[in-house]
Design a protein around this ligand. Structure first.
Ligand code: G3H
Length: 541
């Protein structure tokens, strides 16, 4: 079927939805987790619609999935107080628990979580339209991340179980929690990316307030019981509602010790600025990016087109690591574009449960219109849509547009489009993409496509001081999750990976003493009789 006909009939009639995917009743979630209780919210509720429309006789209408609480500022502060009380200035049950005991709570949680796979994956598909493979992949990746985090903490703890002696001073150096952490995840990885901050924050002994992103909320409901049952009261608490209503009072209270936020740079800046004690606030931020690809004249064009198509359009281009601009050498631009457009034309478009589907409806309100506005702006400044049917749309579905040539002052040249618009820019001198990267306000990753070691080396050395990961002949990506994930400039603050995140959510702390007989006796007395959780030579296995 050609693209226009496919788009016209893209939304299913009720009977076309596979039985296993059907939502029989709207999911009305009134519960939010606070102080170890699932409290019922009696205030205003927030409607949750799927980006999937349902075809009725007359029109395709957005599917009503359910509702979740819309807390106000006062309610959010009560939730914050529960987390602050549970931390109790570092004297709470959780921050003083042994590492082994905390690990056991997280093991219990991950066991309970894995039983909810089917429910969560189905909601990931309904709420944000991740295709079935990617939705299952997000769930499984998260389970693996949690298990790897447990192993990494054991390793960290084993390394800290020894005492060190230097210059006549004996010390035990460990990592201690920071306090209360506000975790806010993004809509494109509502489970995985949120948990890549939430789990390390928890396991290091912090107490947590967890606010889901604006899309991808109901999919977390199946996990609330597991959270409640696996951790002491107040250690993990959930917040729902508009960020504009509830985050200002939280930040202004000065009681948030650490902000873990993944989203736009502007939102991150606004949150940080509201905190009255900037030096007490630790931040782990994953923000905007405009990752470029550079396709050199000798690049393998089939491979480059394949990786650029994947990099620009996996999950409809809604990845912070996505390729947001492709610089291609003028001498190969036509051939590269032909290959890229052919690949894009072959991408199956449809509902997330359809076999092999790659392009799906877009979850954010007005997203297709915003994508169209990027294209119109570029066209106004002289660019063309070079792929067949590029930019065709039907409500929440937007067929990718390849826009060429993109240059200043087009918005696509400098803004992160975060969606299915592929910006391509020709270059003749290598200094052009290099200068672009140097002058960009972002600095997460870049991809280089080429074969000549000499030419690639000449790009690697300057660019590694501009971005935090250079990908050779492959798209940009976060994984594997043991690799450091970070960015320079306005793209990130702090480094996340299985082991780095444990460091981000903790601080090096030591107990030290001059090495004399009195102090030896005290330390031996504490360690031998296991009087302290911190001063201890227990070896975790
Ligand atoms: O949205 C940003 C994600 O961290 C990207 O992760 O490269 O594994 O898709 P990914």
């Amino acid at each position: 079927m050609d693209i226009p006909s496919r788009l016209a009939s893209i939304f299913p009639r009720p009977e076309q939805i596979p039985a296993a995917m059907r939502i029989q009743e709207p999911l009305i979630q009134r519960e939010y987790l606070v102080n170890g209780q699932l409290e019922q919210w009696t205030g205003p509720m927030q409607d949750v619609y799927s980006p999937i429309c349902i075809q009725t006789q007359n029109a395709a209408e957005p599917f009503f999935l359910g509702q979740c609480p819309r807390l106000d500022g006062d309610a959010a502060l009560r939730v914050l107080d529960a987390a602050v009380r549970a931390y109790n200035n570092g004297r709470g049950v959780w921050p003083t628990m042994s590492v082994a005991e905390r690990i056991s709570c997280v093991e219990n949680f991950v066991f309970r979580m894995s039983q909810k796979r089917e429910e969560v994956v189905r909601l990931l598909m309904w709420e944000i339209c991740k295709n079935s493979g990617d939705a299952a992949g997000e769930f499984d990746r998260t389970i693996k991340y949690i298990k790897d985090t447990i192993d990494a903490l054991k390793e960290l703890d084993r390394n800290s179980s020894r005492f060190v002696i230097d210059s006549g001073i004996i010390a035990q150096i460990r990592r201690a929690p920071l306090g209360t952490v506000l975790c806010m995840g993004p809509f494109n990885y509502p489970l995985n990316e949120t948990f890549t901050t939430l789990i390390p924050a928890l396991i290091m002994g912090n107490t947590v307030l967890f606010k889901p992103a604006k899309c991808g909320v109901l999919l977390l409901r199946p996990l609330l019981d597991a959270f409640r049952d696996s951790f002491p009261p107040g250690v993990i608490n959930t917040l729902y509602g508009s960020g504009r209503d509830i985050t200002p009072p939280l930040m202004r209270s000065g009681k948030v010790d650490c902000l873990a936020f993944i989203g736009s740079t502007e939102a991150a800046d606004a949150l940080k600025l509201q905190h009255p004690k900037p030096h007490r606030l630790r931040c782990a931020l994953g923000m905007a990016a405009k990752n470029p690809a550079i396709v050199l004249p000798d690049a393998d064009l089939d491979l480059s087109a394949e990786e650029c198509s994947l990099g620009a359009l996996s999950f409809n281009g809604q990845r912070c690591t996505g390729l947001k601009i492709i610089f291609v050498h003028q001498s190969i631009a036509d051939e590269f574009l032909a290959k890229l457009c052919a690949r894009i034309s072959a991408l199956p478009i449809g509902m997330p449960w359809e076999d092999g589907v790659k392009l799906t409806p877009l979850p954010e309100d007005g997203k297709a219109e915003r994508m169209a506005a990027y294209v119109q702006d570029a066209v106004r400044h002289g660019a063309k849509v070079v792929n067949e049917h590029g930019g065709s749309a039907n409500k929440t579905v937007f067929f990718p547009a390849v826009v060429y040539p993109v240059h200043e002052p087009m918005r696509l040249f400098s803004e992160e489009q975060f969606g299915p618009v592929v910006a391509v820019t020709p270059f003749t001198a290598i200094s052009e993409p290099v200068d672009y990267i140097v002058n960009s306000r972002y600095g997460q990753q870049a991809s280089i496509f080429g074969k000549d070691p000499e030419q690639i080396a000449r790009l690697v050395d300057p660019l590694v001081n501009q971005v935090c990961r250079l990908n050779l002949n492959s798209q940009c990506q976060r994984g594997p999750d043991t690799f450091p994930f970070t960015g320079r400039k306005d793209s990130a603050e702090g480094t996340l990976s299985v082991s780095d995140a444990l460091r981000v959510f903790s601080i090096r702390t030591l107990v030290a003493a001059k090495l004399n007989n009195t102090n030896k006796g005290i330390i031996n007395g504490i360690v031998h009789d296991r009087r302290s959780k911190f001063l201890s030579d227990d070896f975790l296995i």
